[in-house]
Design a protein around this ligand. Structure first.
Ligand code: ADP
Ligand code: MG
Length: 635
């Protein structure tokens, strides 16, 4: 189903147009009921109630309870027979005026009831149609957000995306639900009223719609202006949502740094900007509504004054004047409402445009003829890989290979590109140069899903869902058996820590895992990666918050547990790299050294100096002295 509407609200309604048609038809039937009422009244006023003027000689022609003005009208002799009136007259002759008036009253009640029923249908169809479209839109948005590259999320603000998925979608929904049918309603009302009015009196009809073009032009002029103002308001709201979202996500940092007052100020500023923009919009709408109200009332006044004059002159019957006044009263508000439709359409077009910016973003590419990997692939090669974020080169000419079942350690200071290498392997980002292969297969030739299903990854900042520990370990893998979960937890040295918690593995961890320690969080993430025993394991500083003792146990578990598993391990801790089959030392995105621990220790270079520093610290600690700082002074 087509969802890209390019700000085109009509295209958006595809698939639901029949429902909208049903809603418009219901609206039409409502209009029929609405218009029939004054015609019934007219039939009585100009028919039986005018009887005293045309001698029917009947006693039932008493003018009981008639308002003075109607009686006066009748006396002025405004009666001319028409079908409905003649029918009313005949019925009156047969059944008597009293009975016929009761009958007319019953007809009016029945018409109102039918009108109400059609009104309900209209609302029902319009709601079902709009909710269906909006649901489709939301699903499409969410689906797209899942498939957009990480680079998109890097440059987007979460708050802004949230605003587009909620507030903007709501703006579109309001339009689709309340206004689409209004267009049909105004057209039907006009279409039904004009022939009736024209058949009564042409000149009077022209006077009755004299100001309509002005009302509509006015609405169109405002429509354009409102689009601009609403766009600004919508963007101000997105900024405010972003500040709010950032603040709530980082609430602990805000508290720890006593940034509360500053944050309140920052929020206050965006809130104020939002209020100002909303105020601009409200002011504009205020001007618009009041002036268009004025025009509408002027139009009604014109009908009243001109119609009364015509009636007094004897050109127009009283019942006809009544029809003009009521019908124009009924038609003018929908016509004025077109202004509302246009303003809401303006907002909806802006909102839809913002939604489509997301829908138009290219998703992660897919191979045309995907290859598949062996069940347990293992050999990984990087060949002259280069990568940059914008202009900043992050990796240059990175080459290495690692055999199945081996462990590769990436060692380097923060910012040297360790995480980036792992992200490229997971295809969270796409490399710019060179080639990356698994078992000889280029990564581009693989479906991302297949690639990632072979890799268990613990990223630098593990993310936990606000669910139980067990649910977090099995996240994304459906229901897992308890023994599988506890096996993975055992390998991640998590069992002891969890047994200390009141509900063990059924403990809820809070949002993003806040109720766990950093080390516990990392181990839950590790258990998650180890579940299902992946052939390739990627650990990005995954044990940085775990104490060295536990870390050694985990490393031993990982080595003992699963032979044949290829492991890539990024770290800045020397202790975790000693046993690796191969160590790459990175600096500023380049591989400066590579080899085993023994080889690297035997050569002068970054690795040896790093080791010296750490070794030196350990020796001094053993001797009970304070470690030296960089300048050789006791720290
Ligand atoms: P490491 O894991 O070794 O600490 P990274 O691979 O995370 O280093 O980062 C390498 C470089 O890439 C750093 O200079 C960092 O500033 C930059 N970088 C990392 N992620 C992004 C990003 N999403 N956008 C722009 N630059 C980034
Ligand atoms: Mg990193």
């Amino acid at each position: 189903m087509k969802l890209r509407a390019h700000g085109n609200l009509w295209a958006l309604t595809s698939g639901q147009r029949l429902r909208y048609l049903a809603a418009v038809a219901s609206t039409g039937l409502t209009a029929v009921c609405l218009f029939a009422s004054p015609l019934v009244v007219k039939a009585f006023i100009d028919g039986p109630l005018a009887i005293p003027r045309i001698d029917l000689g009947a006693t039932d022609a008493t003018l009981f309870g008639l308002p003075a003005v109607v009686r006066a009208g009748i006396e002025f002799g405004l009666w001319s027979p028409s079908g409905a009136e003649l029918l009313a007259v005949r019925l009156t002759r047969t059944y008597g005026l009293g009975a016929c008036l009761w009958g007319g009253a019953a007809l009016l009640v029945a018409l109102s009831a039918a009108g109400a029923l059609f009104l309900y249908w209209r609302g029902r169809h319009a709601s079902i149609a709009s909710e269906a479209i909006v649901r489709r839109l939301r699903d499409a948005l969410y689906d797209r957000l899942q498939r957009l590259p990480c680079a998109f999320h890097d440059r987007s603000e979460t708050g802004d995306l949230v605003q587009r998925c909620t507030s903007d979608v709501e703006t579109v929904r309001v339009f689709l639900q309340a206004q689409v049918v209004e267009i049909g309603r105004a057209l039907i009302l006009l279409g039904a009223a004009l022939p009736i009015l024209l058949s009564i009196d042409r000149g009077m009809t022209l006077v009755s719609v004299a100001l309509f073009p002005l009302i509509i032009t006015f609405a169109i002029l405002f429509f354009r202006r409102i689009k601009q103002v609403f766009q600004r308001m919508d963007e101000a709201e997105a900024t405010m949502t972003t500040v709010l979202q950032e603040n709530l996500t980082g609430i602990r940092v805000v508290r720890a740094f006593a940034r509360g007052p500053h944050e309140v100020e920052r929020f206050g500023a965006t809130n104020e900007a939002f209020r100002d923009r909303s105020y601009d919009l409200m002011r504009l709408l205020g001007v618009y509504w009041s002036s268009s109200d004025l025009l509408c009332l002027a139009q009604q006044g014109l009908v009243l004054v001109w119609g009364s004059k015509r009636a007094i002159d004897g050109d127009l019957e009283l019942g006809e004047l009544f029809v003009f006044i009521t019908m124009i009263g009924m038609v003018i508000w929908p016509v004025r409402h077109m202004g509302r439709v246009l303003t809401d359409a303006g907002k909806a077009i802006v909102a839809l445009g913002r939604i489509e910016e997301i829908l138009d973003e290219p998703v992660e590419s897919r191979p045309s003829a995907p290859l598949s990997l062996a069940e347990r692939p293992g050999r990984i090669e990087f060949d002259a890989v280069g990568f940059s974020f914008g202009d900043e080169a992050v990796l240059e000419d990175v080459s290495f290979s690692i055999e199945a079942g081996q462990t590769l350690a990436l060692l380097g200071p923060t910012g040297s590109g360790k995480s980036t290498i792992l992200h490229l392997l997971l295809r969270l980002y796409e490399r710019d140069h060179g080639s990356i292969r698994i078992d000889g297969v280029e990564l581009e030739r693989l479906e991302r899903g297949e690639l990632r299903s072979r890799i268990g990854a613990v990223l630098q900042e593990p993310f936990l869902y606000s669910q139980t520990v067990a649910a977090n370990i099995s996240a994304g893998r459906g229901e897992m058996r308890e023994d599988e979960i506890s096996e993975a937890a055992h390998a991640a040295c998590l069992v002891e820590a969890m047994s200390e918690l009141e509900h063990g593995f059924q403990t809820s961890v809070g949002e993003r895992g806040v109720t766990l320690s950093g080390g516990q969080r990392q181990r839950v993430a590790l258990a998650r990666a180890l579940l299902k025993d992946p052939p390739i394991l990627v650990l990005d500083d995954a044990l940085s918050a775990v104490d060295t003792h536990t870390e050694a146990r985990i490393v031993a578990e990982l080595e003992r547990g699963h032979a044949g598993r290829t492991t890539l391990l990024a770290t800045h801790r020397l202790s975790s790299v000693v046993t690796a089959d191969r160590i790459l030392v990175l600096e500023h995105g380049r591989v400066v050294q590579s080899g085993t621990h023994a080889e690297l220790l035997g050569r002068p270079g970054a690795y040896r100096s790093l080791w010296r520093v750490q070794g030196g610290i350990e020796e001094r600690i053993d001797r009970g002295e304070a470690p030296l700082d960089e300048g050789g002074q006791e720290a």
